[in-house]
Design a protein around this ligand. Structure first.
Ligand code: ADP
Ligand code: MG
Length: 326
């Protein structure tokens, strides 16, 4: 029996095949011909086109803000990935889809319909923080509090779980994409340098840092001078990136404090003991554990594989289908 788990993320889609592991991991990007509305490329191939497309080709991220901005494109993307991952083996699978926690009922139905059209025999939808917690190795079935913060592309999901469910949570639209924008804005303001989306992301990954004086690296950045219009290279430091990200990072801290303030005291006590787990690609920016620990006074850990933790979680839940098939 082919059971499939899908992490339908705002930045990446990861597909898990039960008994086999992760079989696909690609950016959630689709390139479209704006005249005919035809899909030209999906995933990695489409990602290469971001910011480099000629007039009538547009590369879009249909799940960008943690919600389905474009349902039809999301469906095409999902079906493309499933076909690619499964080939002809795809025989009425059971599919567990993991979706952002703030999506509406309408969006949930849309995801469900898309999976049905692809030929799923049975569809389970689970909220991302729960699956991320399972994937990070937490046992959420006990009456004890666990806290997970997933810093993805479009959203940061903050959740406290107990007895298999979400007790308190929040989802804010500040995560990896916002950090990229911060860097972009910083380069414009400080160096009058225009850089593309992908360059901002590279800077973040290479020298990004969210904790003061922790990382002392430099990077040469190429872009277009806003004044002369010509190509230009400048050197930026981790310190500067830390400053650029500071306000948004503090928003995440504020949202986390607000979730903790709404948490029943018994569960807060558990979190003091067990700490907080960070997942999602954004958690890979250096300094997040140190910053959270300093601000919240509780231990903070990063999941072993922040980018694939949710997909691994779908695998664990599929092995224990009774946990989701109620
Ligand atoms: P989603 O679940 O929303 O698809 P992911 O968990 O896949 O998001 O994380 C994607 C985000 O993580 C992107 O913003 C990406 O730039 C960021 N990211 C990935 N790797 C790193 C890294 N090494 N350092 C910093 N950020 C990273
Ligand atoms: Mg995610």
């Amino acid at each position: 029996m082919k059971d499939i788990g899908i992490d339908l993320g705002t930045a990446n889609v990861v597909i898990y095949l039960k008994g086999k592991g992760i079989i696909l991991n690609e950016p959630s990007v689709v390139a479209i011909d704006t005249d005919s509305h035809r899909v030209l490329a999906v995933g990695k191939e489409a990602n290469e086109m971001l910011g480099r497309t000629p007039g009538k080709v547009k590369a879009i991220r249909p799940m960008k803000d943690g919600v389905i901005a474009d349902f039809e494109v999301t469906e095409e993307m999902l079906s493309h990935f499933l076909k690619k991952a499964m080939g002809k083996m795809i025989l009425k699978p059971r599919i567990l889809i993991c979706c952002p926690s703030n999506i509406t009922q309408v969006e949930k139905n849309a995801i469900r319909e898309a999976a049905e059209r692809i030929g799923a025999r049975k569809i389970f939808l689970e909220e991302e923080p729960k699956v991320a917690a399972v994937g990070a190795g937490l046992d959420i079935s006990k009456p004890s509090g666990n806290m997970v913060i997933d810093i993805g592309g479009g959203t940061t999901d903050i959740a406290i779980l107990s007895l298999g469910g979400i007790v308190t949570s929040d989802s804010i639209r500040i995560a990896g994409d916002a950090f990229d924008n911060d860097i972009n804005k910083f380069m414009k303001e400080k160096y009058k340098l225009l850089i593309g989306e992908r360059t901002s992301e590279e800077i973040k990954k290479e020298i990004g840092c969210v904790y003061k004086n922790m990382k002392k690296e430099k990077m040469e950045v190429k872009g277009r001078d806003m004044i002369t219009g010509l190509p230009k290279t400048v050197t930026v430091t981790s310190q500067e990136i830390e400053e650029a990200l500071h306000d948004d990072v503090m928003e995440i801290i504020r949202a986390t404090k607000a979730v903790l303030e709404k948490t029943p005291p018994e569960l807060s006590a558990d979190i003091v003991d067990k700490g907080i787990i960070l997942t999602g690609g954004g958690a890979l920016i250096e300094g997040f554990p140190q910053l959270f620990q300093e601000q919240l006074k509780v231990p903070v850990f990063i999941a072993d594989s922040p980018l694939t933790c949710v997909a691994e979680g779908t695998g664990i839940l599929l092995e224990n289908i009774e946990l989701i098939d109620r």
